[in-house]
Write a protein that binds this ligand. Structure first.
Ligand SMILES: Cc1ncc(COP(=O)(O)O)c(C=O)c1O
Length: 466
């Protein structure tokens, strides 16, 4: 092979070349085995850094909910605290104090009653938060039926609009999943459906504030009403867990009077992703319980081998402290007013984009009433024959924009959509640039629809046509 014939040069130290003149850049990079010899830090950095240029640009990533920008001061705090293991609260007691302050702030943001004994914890993200909440509900359900048959498998009732983590939980932790199918033109969990699916072994209902698939909101308030009726008529006290992964840091700021949280009698636990609209880099999530009584002591483990006695309620043991501290930074830095300003901007941008897409005319909306800064669109019937959302997603990717295309879940899988998640650093002018591309794509779709011959199209690049 060619590389065997190359005479290796030593790393150049005489300043007659830059880093790219050193031997490391004419050699293959180790890929499958740890190299015998290391390399200078600048070289290792540059090799990894340059390879990552093949990744998409996070700032053009309208697929992910995850934060892609934080202020310099937040980044400084993150860098300063990267070496602190959060679980070691004996070593880092002040981090633990700050963690408790955030739990307090979030419980209040979610309207936990003043006199309630709320509790909660940080997690790696909403997935861990949901798993912990559901484990707590499973234990609570079990402990409250001690005199009954314990061999029964409990169930959770959810809509097919839930995130994959709900299915994972049911499989990993042996719970029956009662998943209410979607219907064409109804992509959320409704109160009527819940009524049909619950029984005395329902350990929790899962509802979503901002579904992953369409950004809509399940009928949380109405479902709460159904559960209140069931409690009176049948005596079953069924808790609701609200998956507020994306909506939990938006709704309290744009629509504080909308009741979806601990103001509702059956809402006992809520998760939110700090790394989504909490505006912190990944991975940070939170789970908050309306009352500590819902967390069985059986699920909290005390460890003593880091010094002191530490209670832990988590799926993972070690984790970084930085994102917890970055969350606190944002809460202090922005306050209610700052978060409100940002979330209102996001909603304005979303509405602007929605109007523009509507004017262009390629797509119909799944959620034309915007409740969160998430837009989900499907092709109008007239274009279905000539193009797919998957092709459009690929075309946008060619321009750098990452916009995912996917089919809806069970019973609505014939509907394929594109989803655009608006994040704080997606400005009006960036929106206009995206709109320009969507407009070009629309013209292309029209040409295809109007039976322009494929050969003719292939002769011209998209740009030439327009
Ligand atoms: C509604 C919903 N729940 C849960 C999750 C999982 O969240 P995380 O990525 O924070 O684990 C997501 C992720 O997008 C989500 O949209």
């Amino acid at each position: 092979m060619l590389s065997h014939n190359i005479k290796l040069r030593k790393i150049n130290k005489d300043d007659t070349t830059n880093i790219y003149g050193t031997r490391y850049f004419s050699q293959p990079i180790p890929k499958f085995e740890i190299p015998e010899e290391g390399m200078p830090p600048k070289v290792a950095y540059r090799l990894v850094h340059d390879e990552l240029n093949l990744d998409g640009n996070p700032n053009l990533n309208l697929a992910s909910f995850v934060t892609t920008w934080m202020e310099d001061e937040a980044e400084k705090l993150i860098a300063e605290n990267n070496g602190k293991n959060f679980v070691d609260n004996d070593g880092y007691p002040q981090t633990d104090v700050i963690h408790s302050r955030i739990v307090n702030m979030l419980a209040k943001l979610f309207n936990a009653p003043e006199d309630s004994n709320f509790d909660g914890t940080s997690t790696i993200g909403s997935s861990e938060a949901i798993m912990l909440a559901l484990l707590a509900h499973k234990w609570y359900w079990r402990e409250n039926r001690k005199d009954k048959n314990l061999n029964v498998i409990p169930n959770i009732v959810i809509g097919a609009d839930v995130h994959i983590v709900w299915k994972k939980f049911a499989k990993y932790f042996d719970v029956e999943l009662r998943m209410v199918p979607m219907e064409e033109n109804c992509y959320i969990l409704t109160a009527d459906k819940v009524k049909e699916h619950v029984d005395e072994n329902t350990m929790a209902i899962g509802v979503v504030l901002g579904t992953t698939f369409t950004g809509q909101i399940d009928e949380i308030n109405e479902i709460n009403g159904v559960l209140e009726e069931i409690k009176i008529s049948k005596g079953w006290d069924i808790p609701i867990h609200v998956d507020a992964a994306s909506g939990g840091f938006v709704m309290p700021f744009i629509n504080p009077d909308f009741e979806w949280d601990f103001r509702l009698s059956h809402v006992r636990s809520i998760n939110v992703s700090g790394h989504k609209y909490g505006l912190v880099y990944p991975g940070i999530g939170w789970v908050i319980f309306k009352d500590a009584e819902y967390i069985s002591e059986d699920l909290v483990f005390n460890v003593n081998y880091l010094g002191g006695v530490m209670p832990t309620f988590s799926l993972n043991f070690s984790k970084g402290s930085s994102m917890i501290l970055a969350q606190y930074y944002n809460l202090l830095r922005l306050g209610i007013k700052g978060y409100t300003n940002i979330m209102e901007n996001l909603m304005e941008t979303s509405q602007y984009l929605l109007n523009k897409i509507n004017d262009i005319g390629t797509f119909d909306f799944l959620n034309d009433e915007l409740v969160l800064p998430i837009i989900t669109i499907k092709l109008k019937d007239e274009f279905l024959e000539c193009i797919s959302v998957f092709e459009i997603s690929k075309m946008l990717r060619g321009y750098g924009w990452i916009v995912p295309a996917y089919t809806l879940p069970f019973n609505a899988e014939n509907t394929a959509v594109l989803r655009i998640v608006i994040k704080e650093n997606f400005s009006r002018s960036m929106t206009d640039l995206l709109v320009r591309r969507l407009d070009e794509i629309h013209k292309y779709c029209r040409l295809k629809r109007d039976n322009l011959k494929h050969e003719d199209l292939s002769k011209k690049s998209l740009i030439n046509i327009y």
